[in-house]
Write a protein that binds this ligand. Structure first.
Ligand code: PAF
Length: 274
C-alpha cells in the first residue's frame, strides 16, 4: 500500500488506472470504515482511501482541534483491509489558498436536520468531496449510511453536477450493544459509553411504532426526544423522514428515523431505516 501526500503524486500514480474506487474519510478508522473499504475492494480496480480532517466542515466551536488523528494506526488497518493507496494531504495541499469557491448544496436536503444544527456543514462536506472527486477521479465512491444525510447530499451533488461516479452506500456497523461505530465514540467516558446505546434503542423503538402502524409522526418524535431527555441527553432532533429526500412523510413511502443528541460533551448521530 502506498501512502501519498500530494495531489501531483496521486495523479501520476492513478494516471493509467481505468477503475478507481474512493473511500473518503477523516481518519481514526474503525470497522465501519473498513467495511466501506471492503465494499470498494469488491469492485474492479484500485482502491484509494483518503484521510483528511476537513476544516471547512467544522464550525469554530466544534471539535476540529481535538478530532482524533491516528495516521499510523489508520494506515496499518487500511493495509490489512486491502487498500492500495492512502491519500493523506495536509491542509496546505487541499487549501493552498482560501477556499472561496464552495459547493452550495440544495437547501431541501442540506438545510434540515444536521444542516439546521450545523449551518454550513454540508457546504464544507460537499466542497471537500467535490475536490477529492476532482483529484482522484474515481469511478466509484463509497459513503456510510451512518451519515445518512451526507450520503443523500453527495448523491444529489453527483446527480445534479453530472459527475460520472457511482455512489455506493455502506451499511452502518454497530458494536454488540447496538451503538453505531463512530470516531466520536472515543470522546465518551466509560459511563457514557454504556449509556450511548440508548440512542439506537430509542430510534429502534420509533421504527417499531411506525412499522406497527403509528402515523402520528410528531407525537412519536416528541416521545422519543422526551425519553432521551429523561436519561440526561440533550437531543437536537429525532425525525421520521422520507428516505429519498428527507422530506416529511406524506404517504406510505420508504422512511428513515434520524436522531442527533449530545451526551455530556459528545454529539452523536444515528439513524434506522424503517
Ligand atoms: O464522513 C466523513 O468522514 C467526512 O464528512 C468526509 C465525507 C470524509 C468529508 O470530509
Amino acid at each position: 500500500m502506498r501512502v501519498i501526500q500530494t495531489i501531483a503524486e496521486l495523479r501520476s500514480s492513478l494516471s493509467t488506472e481505468r477503475h478507481i474506487s474512493l473511500v473518503p474519510t477523516m481518519g481514526n478508522l474503525h470497522e465501519g470504515h473498513l467495511s466501506l473499504v471492503q465494499a470498494a475492494r469488491r469492485r474492479e480496480g484500485v482502491v484509494v482511501a483518503s484521510i483528511f480532517v476537513n476544516p471547512l466542515q467544522f464550525a469554530p466551536h466544534e471539535d476540529f482541534a481535538r478530532y482524533p488523528r491516528t495516521l499510523d494506526d489508520d494506515c496499518d488497518l487500511l493495509a490489512e483491509g486491502g487498500c492500495d493507496i492512502v491519500f493523506t494531504p495536509g491542509p496546505q495541499e487541499m487549501y493552498p489558498v482560501p477556499q472561496e469557491f464552495r459547493v452550495q448544496p440544495s437547501a431541501t436536503v442540506a438545510d434540515v436536520l444536521e444542516g439546521a444544527f450545523r449551518p454550513g456543514f454540508f457546504i464544507g462536506v460537499s466542497t471537500v468531496v467535490l475536490k477529492l472527486f476532482n483529484i482522484v477521479q474515481p469511478t466509484v465512491a463509497v459513503f456510510g449510511k451512518k451519515d445518512y444525510q451526507q450520503l443523500l447530499v453527495v448523491r444529489q451533488m453527483v446527480g445534479q453536477l453530472c459527475l460520472p461516479i457511482e455512489i455506493i452506500a455502506g451499511e452502518t456497523v454497530r458494536d454488540a450493544s447496538g451503538l453505531a461505530l463512530s470516531s466520536r465514540n472515543g470522546y465518551l467516558t466509560e459511563d457514557e459509553r454504556s449509556e450511548a446505546t440508548a440512542l439506537s434503542s430509542c430510534l429502534l423503538r420509533v421504527a417499531e411504532r411506525v412499522r406497527s402502524g403509528g402515523r402520528d409522526w410528531s407525537t412519536i418524535e416528541a416521545t422519543a426526544v422526551d425519553s432521551l431527555q429523561a436519561r440526561g441527553w440533550h437531543p437536537d432532533y429525532v425525525a421520521i423522514r422520507r428516505r429519498s429526500d428527507l422530506g416529511a412523510p406524506t404517504r406510505d413511502e420508504l422512511l428513515v428515523v434520524l436522531g442527533a443528541a449530545r451526551l455530556g460533551s459528545t454529539r452523536l448521530i444515528d439513524n434506522i431505516e424503517i
